[in-house]
Design a protein around this ligand. Structure first.
Ligand code: CUA
Length: 397
């Protein structure tokens, strides 16, 4: 008896520790939580989850109440004869078959309703974006706006968005938890001749501006864990400005326009360019810093454009047209290098260009001295050249 009270005392002392451990789960900022959705799509899934959770809690409490009652009421007592044995009971079997069937049917109704809701047809004026999975990065194409970006993309709040999911190689899975999802990127080319029923899609409207983090949610090879993406949800005006900054200038950038001239063109040319891209007389260069003759960025631009970088990468406003690797237009605004491998700092971009395998094993990009795993030869850039290219890339905003 004293031993038992001692044990009870020990267990009681453990309770506060257990409570602290439990409550720790409620603290902190979780950028990839599903419990704070910012779209009606995410809210529908969260509501379904919460509803089903509480119904299952009800079942749990009911079952445990009966169980505990039976254990106490019919526990073995001293000198008790064995209880009456029962073999087979049609009533019991009907009850324990019907009961769960009713519960499942009860939960199936909101579940199926939510499934249909998340697969609804987009409205005709929805913003269409193609999200294409690649080993191991994300490509985002805006067919109506004529722009392409990678790993980080921008969407307006308050407007319906229709994201068509596809893949350039293997199965990937698009997942930004606060938006909702996740959903597969099948290796189906996103082209107009593919019936919509064959293309997976997500249709949603974002209600809150912010930065939303996501990642690939289907194992897709060695660098699957570093196939992240970031969504910036902004006001419609900011979205239009971003689209304009990502656009191909109507004409080739003059060899060396002054930086302030570039800034003016960016201000004044915006609305004109939106109305008619051909009408923009003096398009902003893709990098104001690189437009300054003799700058490190200008050297980097020149090195980039004469190296093998352009076999795989494109930058709007330059002759670089490669479409195998991530489009680097506006690269300096991105949060990370290598689809989330490291923060997007000068040192990390330099390290990336020199030896990307070191930051992201498996990545299909060559280093300065090492070929890519797919055989693409080393770029052979010197350390000074790498520094200049990195500075140029970070100047692309
Ligand atoms: Cu793509 Cu995992």
């Amino acid at each position: 008896m004293p031993l038992r009270t001692e044990r009870v005392r020990q267990l009681t002392a453990l309770l506060p520790i257990l409570a602290v451990a439990l409550l720790a789960a409620c603290s902190g900022d979780y950028p990839q939580t599903t419990f704070r959705p910012v779209t009606e799509f995410g809210a529908a899934i969260n509501d379904l989850f919460t509803g089903v959770f509480w119904w299952t809690m009800l079942v749990l409490v009911a079952v445990w109440t009966v169980l505990i009652y039976v254990v106490l009421r019919y526990r073995r007592r001293p000198n008790q004869a064995p209880p009456r044995q029962t073999y087979g009971s049609v009533t019991a079997e009907i009850l324990w078959t019907l009961g769960p069937a009713v519960i499942v049917a009860f939960m199936a109704v909101p579940t199926i309703r939510t499934i249909f809701f998340t697969y609804r047809e987009p409205s005709p004026d929805a913003l269409v974006v193609d999200a294409i999975g690649h080993q191991w990065w994300w490509e985002f194409r805006y067919p109506e706006q004529g722009i392409v970006t990678a790993n980080q993309f921008v969407l307006p709040v308050g407007r319906e968005v229709h994201i068509r999911l596809s893949s350039a190689d293997v199965l990937h899975n698009f997942w930004i938890p606060r938006i909702g999802g996740k959903r597969y990127n099948y290796p189906v080319p996103v082209q107009s001749n593919v019936p919509p029923s064959k293309v997976n899609a997500l249709t949603f409207t974002i209600s809150e501006p912010g930065e939303y983090s996501g990642q690939c949610a289907e194992f897709c090879g060695i660098a699957h864990a570093i196939m992240r993406k970031r969504l910036l949800a902004v006001s419609p005006e900011e979205f239009d400005a971003w689209v304009e900054s990502m656009r191909e200038p109507a004409q080739q950038v003059a060899a060396a326009p002054a930086a302030e001239q570039a800034a003016q063109a960016g201000e004044a040319g915006e609305e004109e360019a939106a109305a008619s891209p051909q009408a923009a007389a003096a398009p902003a260069p893709e990098s104001a810093a690189a437009a300054v003759p003799g700058s490190l960025e200008a050297q980097g631009r020149e090195i980039f454009l004469r190296s093998t970088c352009i076999a795989c990468h494109a930058i709007a406003g330059t002759p670089a047209r490669g479409a195998v690797g991530p489009n680097l237009t506006g690269y300096g605004s991105r949060w990370a290098v290598g689809a989330g491998a490291r923060p997007n700092t000068l040192e990390n971009v330099i390290a990336w260009i020199k030896d990307p395998q070191d930051l992201k094993p498996g990545v299909l990009m060559p280093g300065t001295q090492t070929a890519a795993p797919n055989g693409f030869p080393a770029t052979g850039l010197s350390d000074e050249e790498v520094r200049a290219v990195a500075a140029y890339l970070l100047s692309l905003k």
